[in-house]
Write a protein that binds this ligand. Sequence first.
Ligand code: TRP
Length: 467
Amino acid sequence: MAGDDVSIHGSWASRWVFILAATGSAVGLGSIWKFPYMTGVYGGGAFVVMFLLFIALLGVPVMVAETLIGRRARLSPANALKALAVHTGHGGKWSWAAFAGMVTALLILSFYSVVGGWSLDYILGVGAGNFQGIDGEKAGGYFAAMVDDPWRMILWHSAFMLLSAGVIARGVVAGLERSLRIMMPLLFVLLLILLGYSLTTGHFMDGVRFMFHLDPSRLMDGLLPAMGHAFFSLSVGIGSILIYGAYMPKQTSITGTVMAVALLDTFVSLLAGLALFPIVFAAGLNAGEGPGLMFVTLPLAFGNVAFGQLIGVVFFVLVAVAAWSSAISLLEPMVAYLVERTRFSRLWVTSALAFGCWFVGLGTVFSFNIWKEAKFFVTDGGAFQLYQWGAAGGLDLFGVIDFFTSRIMLPLGALTFVVFASWVMGRDAVRDELAMRNATLFAVTFFLMRYVAPLGILIVFAAQLFK
Ligand code: TRP
């Protein structure tokens, strides 16, 4: 166990593979799809500033904690916490918390796969020339027609789930490296091209102002969403990073590597926002549109630039790949756990879990069409109702799953990991595993893990409850 350099799951060939895999996990729909639409819904600058603050003060320390727990134990999340906590006599309780995280991951995957499916659908849509010369209204109509059709969404949701399960069934290390090495840099280049386009819309500064102008009156609205999304974006809180840490070679510096991944992920989010919002304003679209924002906005860019059809196809392929490399990190923790704990094969475990996620994902599919009117947690006119068909406010089923996972379970999972590392494993173990040369930097890192991150998470929860 601890100190050993071999894991029953195998190990990455080098530090570089860990960076690729962790970046592949972090950079995904969270950065390209969710960050811009949440920024729109929660009022721009106020959300962005809180998000950046939470990434730096809470997200990075949690990510360091997860990585070091994984590398020390070299086991799946639940077994890692159990193994490392054995001497405190609380192994069982800690491993339940990690188990809840692994279940949360599967819930996230259920809707993640549906949206991943949208990008597959759009590859064909752009490729067929549907977006040529399109205007804002038609782009909105295209998206609406897609989400209105449950069969079409189920088809792509199934395809996306199969793709993700396919990699996991073969083992993460095998499939991932070759594709990500080319795709991730290319995604970056295409985002820069899009940014170039939004510079020509004449509304670039409107986009910048929207994203960075801080309206203090909206700070509170976006507080918990920004924290939840900081964790979502970095892939922390459920053990994705922990399990990748378990495959990380011993000599690699954890803090440096984690910083690199966090910076890349944040950079892609900001880039996506800066590329999208100028197009939104130029076309007179609604920034607070919600989950459809990227899928309504980008066709406008691709429909109106030279070679847009080609660039658009490549772009949505890359989005699908980014989503796919994130989706596998949602499935891997539970798969690794069941491979450790049961006699079932990797293939069998993967198939069963993927089917379960696919099934739950139907709830998200139907939230956009036949169950559109099913609303939960309705507070219409003050009277609270758990469920009401056709209510004006409230959350649809997708909204409920998103709320429960991103705003409640991820922060709780993050709290679990960071408290576990800094309080249960303790300073000496953390110092040993991080092996930082600079004592001051270590002191700062440990302080963030031990006090700032846990208190920060609790304060945001409290602020939300009593606002
Ligand atoms: N971070 C990914 C994204 O931004 C999604 C993701 C992968 C994730 N693994 C996770 C989110 C674990 C939360 C927890 O698209």
